[in-house]
Design a protein around this ligand. Sequence first.
Ligand SMILES: NC(=O)C1=CN([C@@H]2O[C@H](COP(=O)(O)OP(=O)(O)OC[C@H]3O[C@@H](n4cnc5c(N)ncnc54)[C@H](O)[C@@H]3O)[C@@H](O)[C@H]2O)C=CC1
Ligand SMILES: [Mg+2]
Length: 352
Amino acid sequence: MFLYCGIACRRKFFWCYRLLSTYVTKTRYLFELKEDDDACKKAQQTGAFYLFHGLAPLLQTSAHQYLAPRHSLLELERLLGKFGQDAQRIEDSVLIGCSEQQEAWFALDLGLDSSFSIRASLHKPEMETELKGSFIELRKALFQLNARDASLLSTAQALLRWHDAHQFCSRSGQPTKKNVAGSKRVCPSNNIIYYPQMAPVVITLVSDGTRCLLARQSSFPKGMYSALAGFCDIGESVEETIRREVAEEVGLEVESLQYCASQHWPFPSGSLMIACHATVKPGQTEIQVNLRELETAAWFSHDEVATALKRKGPYTQQQNGTFPFWLPPKLAISHQLIKEWVEKQTCSSLPA
Ligand SMILES: NC(=O)C1=CN([C@@H]2O[C@H](COP(=O)(O)OP(=O)(O)OC[C@H]3O[C@@H](n4cnc5c(N)ncnc54)[C@H](O)[C@@H]3O)[C@@H](O)[C@H]2O)C=CC1
Ligand SMILES: [Mg+2]
């Protein structure tokens, strides 16, 4: 969809009109809100707020799914007033996106202590009743949200967590101040700017040509296997991380690395998951599991993996005491990576 629109430029009275897509318009609007505190404050007047409590989003249940309700500034001010909290607390909110009609979306945590309100966490049950919802841990709810809400709430949680953990300048020890959008914090005593950070993680599906290697950490739900994942060490390229992680975790050497996709992942504190395929070097298929990192790892055939992709939960214990072999749900990037491998294998086995 294309429309005519005006983009407010820094220089007063200078407007340029040209054909821009809705996406570009939206992107430029968000950029403006991050750069201009007054514009962002104005956007809060007509904007909508996603609420959190102790980093758990407010959710409502609807037909086996969770919905994330939004509240206007007026509703939020009323709520804070009712619970004896200062409306200044709204200054803790962070910008997380906007609609195509340029309604700005913010996230606010009502449970974290802030300079505007301490001991806020006391009101959680009463707030849930008032808001007709529950504050549910994101880890439990993520896969029962639609893709848009999952992405917005993941961003919001990572950003709220980052602000909560970066209240002070690591050089001067003085309190830092966030800009209105929450895209940075500044130390007033030395002007050091802190930007929200995320940790790059590589997730790799290793193949030997016909089988793929899947592994379990003891913290995974019973029966679930996934591709190998690991944080990038400082100074490493993505390719170096893949080679090191595969060697560390399963004792194999890989080559023919191929990028698949990426995804923001809010756990443990905001990661950029970079998904890749890799092939083991010829003759290197014997797995040596690093038990400090993994519970187990094994090679799986195309048919085993294709069947597991189609399997639907709940994955309950079977009569023989074991759990069925299953794979991460659709929203997880590992699912996409494994699905892509299955599709490639299917194509390559078709007669030419
Ligand atoms: N979205 C998805 O489909 C999947 C996501 N993951 C995520 O990938 C991430 C990395 O996987 P792991 O196998 O746990 O990594 P890993 O193999 O690097 O091992 C984790 C260890 O790395 C160290 N570490 C180094 N840098 C770290 C950092 N910035 N933050 C935290 N720990 C750091 C810690 O000692 C930690 O115990 C996890 O957060 C996990 O949630 C894992 C599998 C699937
Ligand atoms: Mg790992």
